[in-house]
Design a binder for this molecule. Structure first.
Ligand code: ADP
Ligand code: MG
Length: 297
């Protein structure tokens, strides 16, 4: 017996490295006519590395002391940036003190109690917003790193900024060709939606062939961006990997999660999962849907 076209398309997508969760999804995927791509972990490899460790002159922590505080606070987090920070500490052989009261704010950063002191690590824009005035040297240092294409992570100790880490990630080798292929399939260039800073985002977008870059977005603002596109009649495919992408993956016409480093929440929320860790499988799955469903209808 031959398999029904939808089922054989699902099997075929699976062979290409995309797990489609249902026949309904397989059918819907081909109808998308616009795409919103997350940056960190989606357009980039998601293996960011700490490239700069910059203590502020006051209180003048050593590089190792700054990195130890940041890594201790980040240790419980599954965010790719958190992994970069803990890996840098491991590479230097630093011993991390125990952590309590860990909390994370998607799109912003983490907070924890380290050795009885409160440590926050995260977006300079968001953390400095909360304490205007006291922050100029930290903001300047962060801006310089961001102009160089880095993601800056501010480290705040008991309410005082004590240093900034610079973190850099590489564009996936198939990012540019995937953007071109998605542009061909939908007739529109994808947009980049990211919680990262506008400077680093614009630079990376340009490398991938994307001009429409929406940066500094909180998870709910990614949803608003998608709803905005859908309100003018678009059927939007969202591709993302993080906890911060889950609401947009749920709101989109179709959501695809990057599987290798993807957060559990993103994998559960998405309609399909890239299991082979190649972004190029996304346009392939769209093309498969279009082919199979022309046969069905
Ligand atoms: P993206 O949308 O590009 O995947 P996120 O929304 O996950 O990025 O993060 C947005 C920004 O929030 C990051 O660029 C960073 O400044 C900050 N951030 C979030 N989580 C962390 C973390 N665990 N450590 C440091 N910074 C973080
Ligand atoms: Mg991401």
């Amino acid at each position: 017996a031959t398999m029904p076209p939808l089922l054989s398309a699902i099997a075929n997508a699976g062979r290409h490295g995309v797990l489609i969760k249902s026949a309904v999804v397989m059918e819907r995927l081909g109808r998308i006519d616009a795409v919103a791509l997350d940056k960190t972990g989606t357009l980039t490899e998601g293996i960011p590395r700490v490239t700069d460790i910059r203590p502020l002159p006051s209180p003048g922590l050593t590089e190792d002391a700054l990195l130890t505080l940041a890594a201790a606070a980040e240790h419980p987090s599954e965010h790719p940036l958190a992994r970069a920070v803990t890996e840098a500490a491991r590479a230097r052989g630093l011993v991390l003190p125990p952590v309590a009261d860990f909390t994370s704010a998607p799109g912003t950063g983490v907070t924890a109690t380290v050795d009885g002191r409160t440590v926050a690590v995260g977006s300079p824009a968001r953390l400095l917003d909360a304490r205007p005035g006291a922050a100029e040297p930290a903001a300047e240092l962060a801006a310089r790193l961001e102009e160089a294409g880095r993601t800056a992570a501010l480290v705040v100790l008991d309410g005082t900024p004590v240093g900034v880490l610079g973190i850099a990630d590489r564009l996936r080798t198939d990012a540019r060709s995937t953007v071109a292929r998605l542009t061909e399939l939908t007739g529109r260039t994808p947009v980049l939606v990211t919680g990262d800073n506008p400077r680093a985002a614009a630079r990376l977008g340009a490398e991938a062939g994307i001009e429409d870059v929406r940066a500094g977005l909180l998870p709910q603002e990614k949803v608003h961006t998608v709803r905005g596109m859908e309100s003018v009649g678009r059927k939007v495919l969202v591709v993302g990997d993080g906890v911060n992408d889950a609401p947009a993956l749920a709101a989109a016409h179709t959501g695809i999660a990057m599987g290798r480093a993807g957060s559990d929440l993103a994998l559960e929320t998405a309609d399909a999962v890239v299991v082979r860790d190649e972004l190029a499988t996304v346009p392939t799955a769209v093309a498969l849907s279009r082919r199979c469903c022309r046969l069905v209808v």
